[in-house]
Every structure is written in structure tokens, then in C-alpha cells.
Design a protein around this ligand. Structure first.
Ligand SMILES: C[S@@+](CC[C@H](N)C(=O)[O-])C[C@H]1O[C@@H](n2cnc3c(N)ncnc32)[C@H](O)[C@@H]1O
Length: 201
């Protein structure tokens, strides 16, 4: 199935009404080793442009494959990483842990992509903190929630991020879908009651 169909399917299942999808061509700077990040980057970018989102926060950026791809689609972006990243403008970069970032953050974002420490206890904490700074109608993306083999349960891969599925299922506050993308999987989460039609139906 092509990426256009996948995005439309996901969008429909989450109640998005994407009328105009502006499909990205990719940044063109990515190396082969970064290609895995690109499918998720494309999906995030399509949802950002289709929904008219303007601000983006990425927790854990590594070589910046996803961040660089998404950056042209938003007016405002920020990145958090414990390792210093010289390729991100200082005005957009928070060189600190995600916990430190949230303890001082007062900005709200349309989209948050959670991809820092993959241990469940930390992903859950990042998710709960991200939700507090999510604008109304916004979307959170979680990486590493559906590893395709046992090997990917290792600490340098997805660890136990997959436990977020049960956490989300048990909550009455979120609507979500986990898609078996690439080796690690991607979960897309929105607030229950955030659909646009609730404002007039
Ligand atoms: C899997 S990589 C991120 C990949 C990136 N999101 C992408 O799509 O290309 C994880 C990153 O999270 C950072 N990291 C790990 N633990 C962290 C923490 N507690 N706070 C902030 N960053 C963290 C690591 O330094 C690494 O750069």
C-alpha cells in the first residue's frame, strides 16, 4: 500500500478530515542508515500539512533525520536531546533530558513526537508531560511501540515501549492507533473529544 493510502486510512480511523494532502518529497539529505526514520517522518509531515498544524516538538533527535524532514512544514519547531546536536539552530534546541525540558517548558505544541529513552517508565512520563503541553486538537506520535521481532526489545532499540499500547487502551482520555511501520512501529494519539465535529454536533 502506498504512503498516500496509509496516511488516508490512519487519518480516517482517527477522525481526521484531511481534504488536501500535500505529499512531501523528503529532505533529500538522508543517508541509507536513516531511511527507517523517513517513513514515520513522511507520515508525521503529511498529517502536519493536512491538518494545518504549525508547531512541532521532537523528543530525542539523534541525527535529525525526522526533524530535518519535518522542519519545513511548520512555523515553529523545537528539539530535545541529551547529546549536543550542532546541526540544529540553538534557538530550537534544548540540550537536556526530557524531564528537565518539561520542568521548565511553558510552550504548547500542535504535534509532539516522542522518541527519546525507550524504557516504558520514561516513555509514559514523556507522554503524560507531552499531553500537558499539547494544543487543543493536537496529535502525539510515539515511536517504537510495535517492534517486529524479539531482537528489537533490546535497550538500544524499542525496549518495552510497546507497553504504551496497554496504557493507552486502559485510559478513557485518548484515542489511538498503532501501525506496524518498519521495524519499530508508530502510535498516533489524540485526545478523546478533540474531533472538530464535536464543536457543532
Ligand atoms: C532513537 S534516537 C531518536 C531518533 C530520531 N527521533 C529520528 O527519528 O531520527 C533517540 C535519541 O534520544 C536521545 N535520548 C535518550 N534518552 C534521552 C533523554 N532522557 N532525554 C533526552 N534525549 C534522550 C538520544 O541521545 C538519541 O539521540
Amino acid at each position: 500500500m502506498g504512503i498516500r493510502k496509509i496516511v488516508k486510512k490512519i487519518a480516517n480511523s482517527l477522525g481526521y478530515d484531511i481534504i488536501k494532502l500535500r505529499f512531501s518529497r523528503g529532505g533529500g539529505h538522508e543517508t541509507d542508515s536513516q531511511l527507517d526514520s523517513l517513513s514515520q517522518a513522511r507520515i508525521i509531515a503529511e498529517i502536519i500539512s493536512g491538518c494545518g498544524y504549525e508547531s512541532y516538538l521532537e523528543l530525542g533527535i539523534y541525527y535529525g533525520a525526522t526533524y530535518k524532514h519535518i522542519r519545513p512544514f511548520v512555523k515553529k519547531a523545537a528539539a530535545v536531546d541529551i547529546e549536543y546536536k550542532e546541526f540544529i539552530p540553538l534557538s530550537e534546541f534544548f540540550h537536556m533530558t526530557t524531564d528537565e525540558f518539561f520542568s521548565q517548558n511553558e510552550t504548547k505544541y500542535d504535534v509532539v513526537f516522542i522518541d527519546a529513552l525507550h524504557e516504558y517508565f520514561q516513555v509514559k512520563k514523556d507522554f503524560e508531560n507531552a499531553f500537558k503541553c499539547l494544543k487543543q486538537g493536537g496529535t502525539i506520535f510515539l515511536h517504537d511501540t510495535d517492534p517486529y521481532s524479539e531482537k528489537y526489545l533490546g535497550p538500544s532499540f524499542c525496549a518495552d515501549s510497546y507497553k504504551m499500547n496497554d496504557y493507552l487502551l486502559d485510559s478513557a482520555d485518548y484515542q489511538y492507533v498503532t501501525i506496524p511501520m518498519d521495524k519499530c512501529g508508530l502510535t498516533i494519539v489524540r485526545r478523546i473529544g478533540d474531533n472538530r465535529y464535536t464543536q457543532f454536533v
